[in-house]
Design a protein around this ligand. Structure first.
Ligand code: B3K
Ligand code: ZN
Length: 883
């Protein structure tokens, strides 16, 4: 029910005299209603007279009738909060235009016209960070998805491609650097300061427009493309950040080379610019030739960035660069096709990082992310297919489903075709659709034609939401092993019934005696049930299934702990090894949480886990990076996903109890591992990074098992730290423990890094995500800290998004954690709706919680829904979450 907007008159007379007009729900936009735009816009000229508080924008559009559209007598130009100051058609001032809500409607009678529109905007007042806004005195833009309409009246939709020429002028002192898409074609002085003109020869939709003006310096380099052209590369940052851009530049150059080698894609302009900005709603943006980045994904040095941050920079630089082809040269017809560019580009960046850092660990990280954010989305009120059918606010659909499940779906095509044939498919896709606004269907067809696959049934992966479950039963009789596979796609909010999907499962059967298998097979399960028989097994083999996580499904099977211990030790597929450890631990914790475990069974299960973990800690053959993965306990979120109704307190208690038992039982091995790794953790090489990872993991177990020992070890790790990875890992452990070291080290950390916003974000996050029993009080105090700032999305996320993961804080049985997040949403919504709406997701889990917490959480959603004047973003997420 729509609580905010349901009139409460008892007699059913909804039209009370003098009552203010009833607010109208934001309209639902449907994929099936797509129609081509009636006009083409071959050329766009933009002129910006720049000022932080007032920027005058003159937009000149050449328009011509679209043969694929209707013979309209007018053109609709989208706007958002704009007032037209001047409107002219073919050089003549026009007064026949009208406003329809935010849009400007202009009558046009002929076949082709030139429209000139002048508007004025106030970048300093733009706290939404969409459109043109000011950050630290610099001006920059964010247009995807619908930010361009906050700059100029325009057909702001991805299927209207135009060639842009951009002139900007402003005071040289305030804006010494003037950047836009494409190539710089002219520059000079004028009465108000200086100007620059940029021309982008590649037609693009308005969401890829960008402009930056500010006091920036560049790290420069060059790249020679495969056809021998030289591209000038520049990464623009504030002067004090210049020495932290080396890793970003190296990542860019590696990405450019990789995309040539692996996908045959060459860069297509003479310049490529990246700008880092401290106020940014997300990670980065792929504007043509001028990527704009959150500083978090550009700046890195060992002292201030963790190894994980280094990986993040490399992955996001690659992702945005890869969009130059998957997104820019071939763009999306409409926003329902978002996964066409995002899913594919995530797959491309994942494959790149696998190539750079080693496939095994990267694959495990990606699966962990998918399971911790996408699986819950797919089983909750916000579930949607990777190609949604409708939305109210497209900003709400930049989701783990569109991105990460989208990547998994394309990865399955690659698994079924093999890398070479898949490449033939992508070559065909790029060739067929270059310069076009394409659809997911176009992509599927190109892969079918190029790779020689039949994806008829596979298309269901685009249309159905929900994580498929696959039940696997292995039986053995005589010499034959029989595997029965049954699939079920669960119902999701708008889709009650589902059809079976093709599920490619890589599997192997291990011989217990030799510890080996006789070859991996790919089984594609396309029916509800399939039976596969394997001959030649005198003894029941051990099944290794969904190796490499070949399909984004949940495997359900009954398996002996001994078999999992076997796989954790012997499986030659790294992911399957990790998975066996996870399954072993999940199996035990789920029974323990359910309360049905005898003391003897608990001891037996713990001993099996302890034995497997001990083997991992001491296995001399294991690379530390992989050892670190195998040491990780399943997350609180992943455990909650395994339960129909979750009690976060009980999950946390059992998980901590196991951690403490392992910490105590394996204290000697853990301490020895920590000590050995400490002697190998200097530098930025692979081995040192692995050593830092296992040090951090060892500390986590020790902190649960022997807090005094852990506090001492962590304090000396903190003091000796030469990298942020070591320092942060130590501080994380101390932050969760009581005692004086906690306070000392938190003060030291703050004082050391107080002028570095990205590191202070870590300081907020560490405290907000900690296991400390007083985490709520800490977060309340941090929200009043002078460095907290509701207008900076990084800071807001570092405090409050981190907090939403805490079992003792966010999920406090009193409901106080839920209330804090609801209060945040209400306070942030008028400032920055797209960031505010992201915080609704954790409150949408109420249906899967125990009744007490469920009621409290739902109550907070209702409180938000009752607030008048909510943004479209928050309104949509809250109403969907209430269901
Ligand atoms: N395409 C942008 C995301 C834009 C989000 C707008 N709310 C970054 C990326 O996915 O590469
Ligand atoms: Zn992207």
């Amino acid at each position: 029910m729509d609580i905010a907007r349901t009139p409460s008159t008892p007699d059913g007379n909804y039209q009370m005299a003098d009552a203010p007009p009833e607010p109208v729900d934001p309209p639902l936009i449907r994929r099936e209603d797509y129609k081509p735009f009636d006009w083409l816009v071959p050329q766009t000229r933009l002129d910006f007279a720049l000022g932080v508080e007032s920027t005058r924008v003159t937009a000149t559009l050449s328009v011509a009738r679209n043969p694929a559209g209707e013979q309209a007598g007018e053109i609709r130009l989208n706007g958002d909060g704009l007032t037209p100051l001047e409107v002219a058609v073919d050089g003549q001032a026009s007064n026949s235009w009208r406003m329809d809500g935010n849009d400007l409607i202009l009558p046009l009678a002929g076949e082709a016209h030139e429209i000139r529109l002048v508007t004025e905007i106030d970048p300093a007042a733009n706290s939404q960070l969409m459109g043109l806004y000011a950050s630290n005195g610099m001006l920059c833009t964010q247009c995807e998805a619908e930010g361009f309409r906050r700059i100029a009246f325009f057909p702001d939709r991805p299927d209207v491609l135009s060639t842009y020429t951009v002139r900007m002028s402003g005071e040289r002192q305030a804006f010494p650097v003037l950047l836009s898409n494409g190539n710089l074609v002219a520059q000079g002085e004028d009465s108000s300061g200086h100007w620059a003109e940029w021309h982008d020869p590649w037609p693009k939709p308005s969401y890829l427009f960008a402009l930056v003006a500010g006091d920036l310096v560049a790290r420069r380099d060059t790249f020679t493309t495969m056809s021998g052209r030289t591209v000038d590369l520049a990464i623009w940052v504030r002067a004090e950040d210049l020495d932290r851009t080396e890793h970003a530049m190296e990542s860019l150059i590696r990405s450019m080379r990789w995309d040539e080698e692996v996908f045959g894609r060459e860069y297509d302009l003479d310049q490529f610019n990246i700008v880092a900005v401290g106020d940014f709603n997300m990670g980065a943006m792929e504007n043509k030739g001028l990527n704009v980045f959150n500083t978090k994904y550009v700046l890195a040095d060992p002292e201030t960035a963790t190894d994980g941050d280094y990986d993040g920079v490399e992955g996001v630089i690659a992702h945005e660069y890869f969009h130059n082809w998957s997104g820019n040269r071939v763009t999306c017809r409409d926003w329902f096709q978002l996964s066409l560019k995002e899913g594919f580009t995530v797959l491309r960046d994942q494959l790149f990082s696998e190539g750079m850092r080693g496939a095994a660990v990267k694959r495990i990280e990606d699966v962990r992310l998918l399971r911790s954010v996408q699986f819950p989305e797919d089983s909750g009120p916000l579930a949607h297919p990777i190609r949604p059918d409708s939305f109210r606010e497209i900003g709400n659909f930049y989701t783990p489903t569109i991105y990460n499940k989208g990547a998994e779906v394309i990865r399955m095509m690659r698994t079924m075709a093999g890398p070479e044939r898949f490449r033939q498919g992508t070559d065909l896709y790029f060739e067929r659709h270059d310069g076009e606004a394409a659809t997911c269907e176009d992509f599927i067809r190109a892969i079918e034609d190029g790779a020689g696959l039949d994806l008829t049934q596979f298309r269901l992966w685009y249309a159905q939401a929900g994580t498929p479950k696959v039940e696997a039963v292995l039986e053995h009789d005589g010499e034959t092993a029989t595997l029965t596979l049954r699939q079920m796609v669960p119902p999701t909010p708008d889709q009650r019934t589902k059809l079976p999907v093709p599920i490619p499962l890589r599997l192997a059967l291990f011989d217990r005696a030799t510890g080996r298998h006789s070859g991996e097979q790919l089984v594609v399960l396309s029916e509800v049930e399939s039976v596969v028989r394997f001959a030649g097994f005198a003894e029941k083999p051990v099944l290794s299934i969904n190796r490499g996580f070949s399909a984004p499904v949940a495997i359900e099977r009954t398996v002996e702990p001994d078999d999992l211990v076997f796989l954790a030790r012997h499986d030659d597929d790294a992911f399957a090894r990790y998975e066996a450890m996870q399954e072993l631990i999940v199996g035990h914790l789920v029974s323990a949480i359910g309360g049905g475990l005898t003391d003897a069974a608990r001891i037996e299960a713990r001993q099996a886990i302890g034995g497997a973990l001990s083997a991992i800690l001491t296995d001399p053959e294991l690379d530390d990076a992989m050892r670190g993965e195998l040491m990780m306990l399943p997350s609180q979120t992943y455990l909650s996903e395994q339960l129909l109704v979750a009690d976060p307190g009980a999950i946390h208690a059992e998980r901590e109890a196991l951690k403490a038992w392992l910490g105590r039982t394996l204290e000697g091995e853990l301490a020895a591992l920590h000590q050995r790794a400490s002697s190998q953790s200097a530098g930025m090489g692979h081995a040192a990074r692995g050593a830092r990872k296992v040090k951090g993991q060892a500390l986590v177990f020790l902190a649960a098992g022997n807090p005094e020992l852990a506090a001492r070890t962590a304090a000396s790790q903190y003091d000796a730290a030469e990298t942020m990875t070591d320092r942060q890992a130590a501080l994380m452990v101390l932050t969760g423990l009581p005692g004086a070291e906690r306070t000392h080290k938190l003060i030291d950390f703050y004082n050391r890094f107080q002028n570095d916003p990205l590191v202070i974000d870590k300081w907020f996050s560490l405290q907000a995500s900690s296991l400390h029993p007083q985490v709520i009080e800490h977060v309340k105090a941090l929200a009043r800290h002078p460095d907290f700032n509701l207008k900076n999305p990084n800071r807001v996320r570092s405090l409050f998004m981190a907090f939403t993961g805490t079992p003792l804080g966010f999920h406090a049985a009193s409901g106080e954690g839920y209330r804090m997040i609801a209060d945040l949403i209400l306070a942030l919504d008028p400032i920055n709706p797209s960031t505010a709406a992201r915080f609704v997701t954790p409150l949408g889990r109420w249906r899967r919680l125990e009744p007490g917490r469920a009621a409290l959480m739902r109550g907070e959603l209702e409180r938000i829904a009752a607030k008048a004047g909510l943004s479209r973003d928050t309104f949509e997420q809250v109403t969907r979450s209430l269901g």
